[in-house]
Design a protein around this ligand. Sequence first.
Ligand code: PAF
Length: 272
Amino acid sequence: MLIVRDLEDLRAARVKLGPLALVPTMGALHDGHISLLAAARETGLPVAASIFVNPLQFSPKEDLSRYPRDETGDLARLEAAGCDLAWLPQVEAMYPLGRATSIEVLGPSEGWEGAARPEHFRGVATVCAKLFNQTGAAVAVFGEKDWQQYQVIRRMVADLDLPVRIIGGPTVRESDGLAMSSRNRFMDEASRALAPLLHHAMQSAGTAILRGTQAAAALEAAQAGLTAAGFAVDYLALVEAATLREAAAPPGRLIAAAKLGGVRLLDNIKVG
Ligand code: PAF
């Protein structure tokens, strides 16, 4: 695996490897990321992964320095997964002094995570556009776990005619149903034991909606159950899959964010 830390070496690696399938990451890799690498591999292209904890997508309230970092472990996992290129840019190279450009995607960025974290999607869109340009990726793979992010990237790529095909990789779950996330490690034992309830409540609500219960009633019941169990639910909503606009009935995506034991859990499932 080539490990590259500056743009000059990245250009040389691109010449050597040709068109790439890219998995953008912020490191702290888990099996969810590894499944995205497998999806990238299925394209038949050489596989690249970027590791960059992007300061632009953290608000001043969020603790960028607390984001888990494990470069040695991550590189070993990438190597074992058959990754061809690891791209580890430095913050100074990614965001040069005097930087004055960022990308704002409206539509699917609005509401939900966009409301809770106002600068977040601007940071995500900007860094992803840069990663696409830097690597010249022909394909990029994003986890469906961050459904809104996935739709924001698809919208940006369509709107800006970026020459990259975006693929979604299904959410990978722990055996008890909890969606894998780099932040799960911050939960204490009690919260970790409770956390799968989010997915179970979403599944029950999704099933009830498909059986004819009004979406609003099913979601209210699910939210009440989660709140009683100790979750601070930020949102639990049925939305149109691509636009993230609220939907009264299926088909759609059930999306949720809830805080438990100081960790913000995100999840989503298909309904209909
Ligand atoms: O999903 C993530 O890990 C990040 O938001 C991404 C896409 C790598 C951009 O920094």
